[in-house]
Structures are given as structure tokens and as C-alpha cells.
Design a protein around this ligand. Structure first.
Ligand code: 13P
Ligand code: SF4
Length: 304
């Protein structure tokens, strides 16, 4: 697509969004042109809060399915569109409601903290949700000493270092964050000795142990802006390099590993957004019998 065609498509999207009273949300890992046409950008927590507050009739969610489901859980009267219905999250698929129910049956007194990277059906069986931005606050909000954290074992491992709770870990993980090794990080640290290493809590414990800071995607954007450092090694999905660089044009960002690219987060194109808005295609609607119990766990998190 040449520049003229791209501009025409962007104008079409803006026009359709205006006509249909739609708001476009984009996660920080989305392709640059998608982040640029969005009305609102952010990490998972920011996007769920923004999705719950908008008065638009339609939310176009540029992210992956669990994010669109969360918007549907919070806004049942709105139309939620996911421009590519095949954009999923491999980590979210590492736990099923059946498996979680079986665990809960054996441990009825243990509350369940579920990462938002999970299906609506799993959220419906959850005490409270969390994101990478609020995990410690969420865990500490529970009175019980013992909890289950699902589905991310690495996020659970990080939370365990920040609280005195006994944390049972579900054995799920993000294939891209979990693949980052301390050796890869050390090689980047050696190449850029003055850089601050920022790691996402979805990374393995051995990687988090050598991180200078641990933060969500928007947390990293804030930290990079506030830091006196001028260079950073970014331990998360490579899509974050774009908003980091955009917000901090005078600073330099190096990926911890260029292999940290989530294929699902890269599926949505400008054409998909235009088609979805034009035809109201890709609607995601969580059925009421799942939405109502799932809402309780998401709302408990948002109200903290
Ligand atoms: P955050 O933007 O909330 O840190 O989420 C990371 C992620 O992996 C989303 O899929
Ligand atoms: Fe899921 Fe990882 Fe992709 Fe985020 S980056 S959507 S956690 S697979």
C-alpha cells in the first residue's frame, strides 16, 4: 500500500468512527499505524478502565480476544469489535474453566487471582483479576494467606517476591516473554553498559532477578520518560519500542531480544479496522451467564 492509499484508508476509518460514534482502543504492542489511528492507547489495565468509561456506542478493540472480552464484560450495552477475530493469546489458552474448576474443588478455601490474559469463562470462576500493573496491590488486597495465581507462573513468581503470601502457581506462560534468557539480557547489557534494563513481569524469574526495573508496558513508558538514563534495554514484546521511542525521541531503546514478537498482536491491519467498522464485523459478546460472574472479578480489580 502506498502513502496515498494509506492516508485514504486512515481518513475512511476516522470518518466511519465519527459517523458510528465508535472509539478505537489500541494496546501498546499493536503495529505503529494502528497505535497512531487509535483514540486511546495503553496497557491492559488502562484499556480496561478506558473501555468502562467511554460513552461511545462501539468500541473497536485493537488487541487480542481477551481484551475485547473484558470490554464486553464491562460494557454489555456497547458493540465490541475485534477487527481480527483470530487474534488470541496463547497464554490465555493455557487454562480452561474445567481445569480451574477441578483445582477449586480440591482447594475450596483458596481465592483465585487471575491475570486479565485469560478467557471470560475463566474470569467467571475467579475471585479477583489483576494485570501486570496492579498485581502486587491485588494480591495484598486479599485477606487470605494462601492464594492461587493463574495462568502466568512468571507473574505469580514475581508477586511471590513482593508479598508474604503463599502463592500457588498455574503452569501457564507467555511464549515470547518466557523465552527471554538471562544470557540474552547479559549480552545486551554488555553491548550497552549504561542502559537501564526494564523487564515485564511475564519474564522468567532469572530474568527479573537481573532487571533494573519491573513494570507493565505503560509503566515502562512512564519510567523511560522520568529516568535520567538516556538508553534502555526493553524486556518485553518488541511492539513497545514504537510508543517508547515516540514518547521519548531523544532516548535510545534496544530490544532485549528481537525474537519477542507476538504474532497475534500483529494481526490487525488498517484495512481490518476499516472493514470491521464498515460492516460491524468481528463482534465479541460475552454471554450473560459468563459475563455476570466475570464482571465481579474485573470490577473488584478496577475498584481497588
Ligand atoms: P500490559 O500492557 O498490561 O503490561 O500487558 C502485557 C501483555 O502481554 C498483554 O498481552
Ligand atoms: Fe499473550 Fe504474550 Fe501475546 Fe501478550 S504478548 S497477547 S501475553 S502471547
Amino acid at each position: 500500500m502506498d502513502q496515498n492509499q494509506k492516508q485514504t484508508l486512515i481518513q475512511k476509518i476516522r470518518q466511519l468512527a465519527k459517523e458510528k460514534n465508535a472509539v478505537i482502543l489500541a494496546h501498546n504492542y499493536q503495529p505503529p499505524e494502528i497505535q497512531d489511528i487509535a483514540d486511546l492507547n495503553g496497557d491492559s489495565l488502562e484499556l480496561s478502565i478506558k473501555a468502562s468509561q467511554t460513552d461511545a456506542d462501539i468500541i473497536v478493540f485493537c488487541g487480542v480476544r481477551f481484551m475485547a472480552e473484558t470490554a464486553s464484560i464491562l460494557s454489555p450495552d456497547k458493540t465490541i469489535l475485534l477487527p481480527r477475530t483470530d487474534a488470541g493469546c496463547p497464554m490465555a489458552d493455557m487454562i480452561t474453566p474445567e481445569d480451574l474448576n477441578a483445582w477449586r474443588a480440591k482447594n475450596p478455601a483458596v481465592p483465585v487471582v487471575t491475570y486479565v490474559n485469560s478467557t471470560a469463562a475463566v474470569k467467571a470462576l475467579t475471585t479477583i483479576c489483576c494485570t501486570s500493573a496492579n498485581v502486587v496491590k491485588v494480591v495484598n488486597s486479599l485477606k487470605e494467606k494462601e492464594i492461587l495465581m493463574a495462568p502466568d507462573r512468571n507473574l505469580a513468581g514475581y508477586a511471590a517476591t513482593q508479598t508474604d503470601k503463599i502463592i500457588h502457581k498455574w503452569e501457564g506462560f507467555c511464549p515470547f516473554h518466557d523465552a527471554l534468557t538471562p544470557e540474552q539480557v547479559m549480552a545486551q547489557k554488555k553491548a550497552h553498559p549504561d542502559a537501564l534494563f526494564m523487564a515485564h513481569p511475564e519474564c522468567r524469574t532469572e530474568v527479573l532477578e537481573i532487571a533494573d526495573v519491573i513494570a507493565s508496558t505503560s509503566g515502562m513508558i512512564r519510567i523511560a520518560g522520568e529516568s535520567e538514563k538516556t538508553s534502555f534495554i526493553v524486556g518485553t514484546e518488541v511492539g513497545l519500542l514504537y510508543p517508547l521511542q515516540k514518547a521519548n525521541p531523544g532516548k535510545t531503546f534496544y530490544p532485549a531480544s528481537i525474537a519477542m514478537e507476538c504474532a497475534d498482536m500483529k494481526k490487525i491491519t488498517l484495512q481490518d479496522v476499516a472493514d470491521s467498522l464498515e460492516n460491524l464485523a468481528g463482534e465479541v459478546r460475552v454471554p450473560e451467564d459468563i459475563r455476570v460472574p466475570a464482571l465481579a472479578s474485573v470490577q473488584r480489580m478496577i475498584e481497588l
